[in-house]
Design a protein around this ligand. Structure first.
Ligand code: SAM
Length: 289
C-alpha cells in the first residue's frame, strides 16, 4: 500500500487511482497553498510522523498531498474555532467520513489533539490508516454503511446501525467534512440521529453541505455554477436534488429550509449556518439539545 512510517522523508509520489484531482465546480478542492510541510511542531518536541497516503485514498480533491495537508490544517482551525478555542489540545474528536486529510495534517504538522477517532464507510481507507498510523491518540473504525457513491455494497444505514466506536462512547467535538455533501435526505437524517449519542453536553458538531445558494465570498458550489452558467442555475432546488444523477451523490444539493428541517427532531440544535469559505462549503454547527 506504499505507506511511509515515522522519520522517513516526505514524498509527493503521485499515485493516480480513483482520486480525481482537478478542481470541480463543486469546489471541494479549494486548497490554495502548496508549501512543503516544514516538520516544525506547534508545541510538541516529537518528530512529526510522515504519513504518505496514495492519491486513491485522498478524496477531498486536494491537488497534491501537500495541498491536502494544507487544507486539513485549515479545517482543523475551523474546528477549534467552533469550540471557541485556538487549538484542539485536549479535545476528543470524532471525525465522520474521515478520509485521510485530518489525520495527515495532524501528524505532518504535529498539531495538538486530545484523541482522534475516524470512521468511514470505505474499508480500504480505514485499513490503510490502521496499518500506517501508530500514534496511540488515533483510532479508525470501518462503518459498513451503504452509499451509492462510496460504498454501494454496504448495509443500509438505520438508527440502529452500530457506529463501531464503542457503546456509550462520547466526544467533545464531531466533524463531517464533505460527507453530508454526498448524502441523500434519508441518510442525512439517520446520520444525525446516529451521531447524537456520541456528543458530550456542551459539545459541537461541524458538518459541511451543499446549499443551493450564492454566497458573498464566492467559495460555494453554486457560486461556481453561477459563474459558469449564470444566476438562473441557482436556487432551483425546492428541497433536495442529486445535481448530477449520472454520477450519483457527487453533489447532494439542498435548499436551506429543507436542510434545517432535516435537523429538527434529531436531538441537535442549529447553532450557526456558515457561508462557504476556503476549503469548505456551507456549514452547519450543531449542539446537542
Ligand atoms: C469527499 S470524502 C471527504 C473525506 C474527508 N472528510 C476530507 O475532508 O478529506 C467523503 C468521505 O465520506 C465517506 N462517507 C460517505 N458517507 C459516509 C457515511 N454515511 N458514514 C461515514 N463515512 C461516509 C466516504 O467514504 C469518503 O471517505
Amino acid at each position: 500500500m506504499g505507506r511511509t512510517k515515522v522519520g522517513l522523508r516526505w514524498t509527493a509520489v503521485r499515485d493516480r487511482g480513483e482520486h480525481e484531482s482537478r478542481a470541480l465546480p463543486g469546489g471541494e478542492r479549494e486548497a490554495t497553498a502548496g508549501t512543503r510541510p516544514n516538520g516544525r511542531g506547534l508545541g510538541s518536541p516529537a518528530v512529526p510522523q510522515r504519513l504518505h497516503v496514495p492519491d486513491r485514498y485522498r478524496r477531498g480533491h486536494g491537488r497534491t498531498e501537500e495541498e491536502s495537508v494544507e487544507s486539513g490544517v485549515v479545517l482543523l482551525g475551523y474546528l477549534a474555532e467552533c469550540l471557541g478555542r485556538s487549538s484542539l489540545a485536549g479535545v476528543d474528536l470524532l471525525d465522520v467520513g474521515c478520509g485521510v486529510k485530518l489525520t495527515q495534517a495532524i501528524l505532518e504538522r504535529d498539531l495538538p489533539i486530545g484523541t482522534y477517532t475516524g470512521i468511514d464507510i470505505a474499508a480500504p481507507i480505514i485499513d490503510h490508516l490502521r496499518g500506517a498510523v501508530e500514534d496511540p491518540r488515533f483510532e479508525f473504525h470501518h462503518l459498513d454503511g451503504y452509499n451509492e457513491r462510496y460504498n454501494p455494497g454496504g448495509q443500509p444505514l438505520t438508527t440502529e446501525t452500530d457506529l463501531g466506536v464503542g457503546q456509550g462512547r462520547t466526544f467533545d467535538l464531531l466533524s463531517a467534512f464533505s460527507v453530508f455533501t454526498h448524502l441523500e435526505p434519508g441518510d442525512f437524517r439517520v446520520m444525525l440521529q446516529l451521531l447524537r449519542p456520541a456528543a458530550r453536553p456542551g459539545g459541537r458538531f461541524l458538518l459541511s453541505l451543499y446549499l443551493d445558494e450564492r454566497s458573498a465570498g464566492g467559495h460555494g458550489l453554486m457560486d461556481n455554477f453561477a459563474a459558469a452558467w449564470g444566476d438562473d442555475a441557482v436556487g432551483r432546488t425546492e428541497r433536495y436534488r442529486d445535481l448530477k444523477p449520472d454520477k450519483p451523490l457527487q453533489w447532494a444539493l439542498y435548499s436551506r429550509a429543507y436542510a434545517l428541517e432535516l435537523v429538527e427532531g434529531t436531538g441537535w440544535d442549529v447553532v450557526a449556518v456558515g457561508d462557504p469559505r476556503p476549503d469548505i462549503q456551507h456549514t452547519l454547527t450543531l449542539a446537542p439539545c
